[in-house]
Design a binder for this molecule. Structure first.
Ligand code: ASP
Length: 344
């Protein structure tokens, strides 16, 4: 009996990776994936079947919004049973937001969803897109005893596979554009692809369930020395606002001014969910460690532990969209649902 070939679906959303020079004008235009085998003959050497789908229109990822996440999750669901893995070509600017959102939207994911992109267009000689793309295909196809090695949403960029909801874009120029400050790489790539089995999520073999009822009444307030009462109060009083990510200093600290604490307290008493996420790229919120976070703890600000802002944003959209009670949302915000946070 011959084994079935591994099949992969590549979904091209837009971004730098898909650009090539127009033969006539020399300007960068979206790459025609219809001709991909002519452009990248190396693809023929893979022993798997690769199909392509593209967004129409293609978007720079700065134009990414939750309706595209819903479209993407829907495409993955529609093709879930027909493919062994998925590679999503995406601009790097908001890739960490999309990866985080997909991780929450795709419950019981047992197949790889690998997001990748590049800093230099595919059509440029020194492109990093070629390696990122080819390795992402290999990762999406990787199995052990017939089971996907990476049953989760991940970002592959410059020799590192990172958990999608742990990654942040931190470099606009270098090929290693992403960092995962609170969780180790899921794989390191050199001559070999070395998967870190202890860091990867395990498949649960349950049926994929997608969640698309996102609630967008969420915002982010980044603290800075000198933030004014007007800015804080205006943000807290945004009509319809249901949750606020408070980007705090260090291990979750904030000013102790009475006007600031009282404004937050009143908003929380009105029902606003305030989620404390540190501005640091590494480390965790520890409410009560310093005097400057004691008040936050007392008035009911919720600790985001070591979650990234990108992940916190889509987690809130997802939990509120699901229609959970306030108590349940608060409980789940302090629970790791898809490996997005570490709670000691
Ligand atoms: N602006 C581009 C985008 O995010 C940059 C990139 O592709 O890396 O779509």
């Amino acid at each position: 009996m011959t084994e079935e070939k591994i099949s992969l679906l590549v979904i091209y959303t837009g971004g730098t990776i898909g650009m090539a020079a127009d033969p006539e004008t020399g300007a960068l235009v979206p790459f025609d994936f219809g001709n991909i085998y002519e452009q990248m003959p190396a693809l023929r050497r893979f022993d798997f079947k690769i199909d392509f789908e593209a967004f129409d229109p293609l978007i720079d990822s700065s134009n990414m919004n939750p309706s595209f996440w819903i479209k993407l999750a829907g495409m993955i669901e529609a093709h879930y049973d027909s493919y062994d893995g998925f590679v999503v070509l995406h601009g790097s600017d908001t890739m960490a937001y999309t990866a985080s959102a997909l991780s929450f939207m795709l419950e019981n994911l047992n197949k790889p969803v690998i997001l990748t992109g590049s800093q230099l267009p595919m059509g440029v000689i020194r492109t990093d897109g070629r390696e990122n793309f080819l390795t992402s295909l290999e990762i999406a196809a990787a199995k052990e005893n017939g089971i996907a090695i990476v049953p989760e949403v991940a970002i592959y960029f410059k020799n590192e596979l990172l958990r999608g909801n742990r990654a942040t874009k931190f470099n606009a120029e270098r090929f290693n554009a992403f960092v995962s400050g609170n969780y180790p790489a899921l794989a390191e790539v050199g001559v070999h692809i070395r998967f870190k089995k202890n860091s990867l999520l395990k498949p649960n073999f349950k049926k994929l369930k997608i969640h698309t009822k996102l609630d967008f009444n969420v915002t982010i307030l980044k603290l800075f020395p000198g933030i004014s009462e007007n800015v804080v109060k205006s943000t807290l009083n945004i009509p319809g606002l249901k949750a606020l990510i408070l980007e705090t200093f260090g291990s979750g600290n904030a000013p102790t001014d009475a006007w600031f604490i009282n404004a937050l307290d009143q908003a929380i008493q009105r029902g606003l969910i305030v989620y404390n996420v540190t501005q640091c790229k590494s480390g965790s919120v520890e409410l009560g460690k310093y005097e400057t976070s004691l008040d936050l703890e007392r008035i009911g600000v919720i600790s985001g532990y070591d979650i990234t802002t990108e992940s916190a944003l889509s987690k809130l959209m997802y939990l509120i969209g699901e229609g959970y009670t306030r108590e349940k949302i608060i409980e789940l915000l302090q629970t790791s649902l898809r490996g997005e946070m570490t709670i000691d």
